[in-house]
Design a protein around this ligand. Structure first.
Ligand code: HEC
Length: 108
């Protein structure tokens, strides 16, 4: 008869786990969908990618590199020390690949 309390105490624990996973999923969905929490790839490029060289090098490649090429470049720059988070990287790559040649703010 001591099993009943043990069982009962297990129920809330698994329910709590479910609640935590649901909350995490909600947070993930929220951060993807909500513009208020959206990343700012342009801001990241203009701050993280101007530490070692100006944006001229980046400007020269707008429209020339496709997404795969930008991914390679950003990966290489992160290897050199560019402060771009892994989570932010895809947005930065997408943004760079979407810029037209001569586009501001990268090109002045
Ligand atoms: C830690 C220093 C550093 C940071 C930060 C940095 N770069 Fe570079 N980058 C370099 C150096 C050094 C070169 C020239 C030598 C080379 O190409 O490896 C370069 C060259 C480049 C080139 C021309 C060569 C190529 O592969 O097309 C591009 C484009 C470029 N960087 C983009 C970026 C972007 C985008 C970021 C931000 C994600 C960035 N860089 C951040 C150091 C840096």
């Amino acid at each position: 008869m001591r099993r009943t309390p043990t069982r009962r105490s297990r129920m809330p624990a698994s329910l709590a786990m479910l609640a935590v996973s649901a909350a995490l999923a909600a947070v993930a969905a929220f951060s993807l969908a909500d513009p208020a929490t959206a990343q700012d790839p342009a801001g990241t490029v203009m701050s993280a990618c101007t530490k070692c060289h100006n944006t001229q090098r980046i400007c020269a490649n707008l429209g020339a590199k496709d997404k795969a090429a930008w991914n390679t470049t950003v990966t290489r720059m992160m290897g050199k020390g560019a402060q771009v988070g892994e989570a932010e990287k895809p947005a930065v790559v997408d943004w760079l690949a979407a810029q037209q040649p001569g586009a501001k703010p990268v090109c002045q």
